[in-house]
Design a protein around this ligand. Structure first.
Ligand SMILES: Cc1cc2nc3c(=O)[nH]c(=O)nc-3n(C[C@H](O)[C@H](O)[C@H](O)COP(=O)(O)OP(=O)(O)OC[C@H]3O[C@@H](n4cnc5c(N)ncnc54)[C@H](O)[C@@H]3O)c2cc1C
Length: 470
């Protein structure tokens, strides 16, 4: 019996994750064909930054090798872009003119990097940061040249800057806004991050606008001119100024798009035979640029493709982590809030620790953490579960461990006091009032004091730490 045909356009993280779920639920349901514009099997795009920094290699980041596609009977077309969708005939058209029929079509075309419309943007040596090809271009450039300039101080720009600096280039980051990663960090956390990156040799121009890129005598980019008139020498310019959902194909096929390809909660487009997942999608008006929401979409979409779909994708709370070794940073949800929300923060400038949480009606709305992020998964759970956190406000800043450690220490202190009293009773009249607890007991009370003091000091120490409730 011939099986219905599923064609996937985009061999990236969201499309292939959907297939992984589908094969778990209904391995035999479709005859599957995948088209990928890149010449590689499915890889973990997130890990391009460790590859750039020299901490991993391209083979390390492959998610599904060619054997996986063969094992599932997938017809894989690598280095082959789909250029049109013929919805009347239910066919896709590839860039070599070949056509493939579909019963169900899954669009997972990701995003394209935004290129600043400035003079010189097409010069040799000016690139974006999106795929393995860009990463390999940067690695080659770092072997030949010395000066790199990254336009954009967001997550990608900073990871690119760090990687190039790790490979020995002198790197300057030009950022339009007054502080780095302004969509994920507040000014305090961003300032700490900027200082840490400066210590690693990366230079910054903040609140600076790129005016033009200039070529050298060999035609390659040689300098970047800022609106202020400053000219910065550069042999390599990396533009990391944002992404746009890749909707051209869907739009040309007449599918409804706004910020992305518009999908319902079942990840279906306005054509019921066509589904879409990943960064190319606009769901309830939101286009995501991080992988966790796309994986949530993939799960739901797979059940509907399998014909057993009851689940609905209802949107995701996003969290960000910067992949720069040695810098711990986490941000999730709405950390700006409204003036009427409860804003709690803790800042230990000396130890390089900053935490901020925003609460609304007793629920955790968002958080920023810099320097120490071990309670991030817990905060994320609290945010997603919309639990009432009013009773554990301190723990939100100091971490769940502090609450349990204090409780344990209090119990131990009580036991120690009990045993000291028993000893005093035993010593009876011989006690001159200077009796000290035995060694073990002293340790217990020190432990209590240690933890309680640490907590008290944090709450009241004006020099380094502040606990602000507004
Ligand atoms: C350097 C870097 C670091 C990142 N770090 C993080 C991180 O730390 N955390 C996080 O959550 N996210 C991170 N991201 C974002 C994350 O990688 C993306 O959210 C995710 O890869 C998007 O998955 P996708 O499948 O929608 O798109 P992609 O993974 O981009 O896959 C889309 C694929 O479709 C192909 N394609 C497009 N059009 C066509 C066509 N017409 N025909 C055939 N093929 C086509 C593209 O070539 C591409 O291979 C990072 C991204 C980059 C670039």
């Amino acid at each position: 019996m011939t099986r219905p045909k599923l064609v996937v356009v985009g061999n990236g993280m969201a499309g292939i994750r959907t297939l992984e779920h589908l094969f778990q639920i209904a391995p035999e349901r479709f005859d599957v064909t995948v088209f990928g514009a890149e010449p590689h099997p499915n890889y973990n795009r997130i890990l391009l930054s460790p590859v750039l920094a020299g901490e991993m290699t391209p083979p390390d980041i492959v998610l599904n090798g060619l054997d996986w596609y063969a094992q599932h009977g997938i017809r894989l077309h690598l280095g082959r872009a789909i250029v049109a969708i013929d919805r009347l005939r239910r066919e896709v058209v590839a860039d070599d003119g070949s056509r493939e029929r579909y019963d169900r079509l899954l669009l997972a075309t990701g995003s394209t990097p935004f290129v600043l419309p400035v003079p010189g943007r097409d010069l040799d040596g000016v690139i974006s940061y999106r795929d393995l090809h860009d990463t390999e271009t940067m690695i080659r450039a770092a072997g030949r040249f010395t000066r790199a300039l990254v336009i954009g101080g967001g997550l990608l720009g900073l990871e690119a800057a760090n990687g190039l600096a790790r490979r020995g280039m002198a790197v300057t980051v030009v950022h339009l806004m007054p502080w780095l990663m302004e969509r994920q960090l507040d000014a305090v956390a961003a300032g700490m991050l900027c200082d840490a990156l400066r210590e690693r040799g990366i230079d910054f121009r903040l609140a600076a606008k790129t005016q033009a890129l200039h070529a050298g005598p060999d035609g390659r980019v040689a300098a970047v001119e800022l609106e202020s008139g400053e000219r910065l020498a550069a042999d390599l310019v990396v533009m990391a100024v944002g992404i746009r959902p890749n909707i051209a194909l869907a739009q040309a096929a007449g599918l409804h798009c706004d910020r992305g390809i518009v999908v319902s909660d079942t990840l279906q487009t306005f054509d019921p035979r066509i589904y879409a997942v990943g960064e190319c999608v606009a769901h309830r008006g939101v286009a995501y640029g991080l992988v966790a929401p796309l994986y949530d979409m993939a799960k739901v979409c797979a059940t509907h493709l399998a014909g057993v779909g009851l689940g609905r994708y209802q949107g995701s709370t996003t969290a960000t982590k910067l992949k720069v070794t040695g810098i711990d940073l986490f941000s999730a949800g709405d950390f700006t809030g409204r003036p009427t929300d409860e804003h709690l923060s803790l800042h230990d400038a000396e130890d390089g620790v900053y935490r901020k949480v925003v609460l609304r009606a007793g629920k955790l709305l968002g958080c920023v953490m810099y320097g120490e992020t071990h309670s991030a998964p817990w905060l994320m759970d609290l945010m997603n579960s919309r639990a009432d956190v009013s009773a554990i406000r301190d723990a939100l800043l100091f971490g769940r461990d502090v609450e349990t450690a204090v409780e344990r220490a209090q119990q131990e202190a009580q036991a120690a006091r009990g045993s000291a009293r028993a000893r005093r009773d035993a010593l009876g009249d011989m006690d001159d009032g200077n009796a000290r607890p035995a060694r073990g007991e002293q340790d217990h009370s020190l432990a209590t004091g240690g933890i309680a003091d640490a907590r008290d000091t944090r709450a009241s120490e004006p020099r380094a730490m502040q606990l602000k409730a507004a």
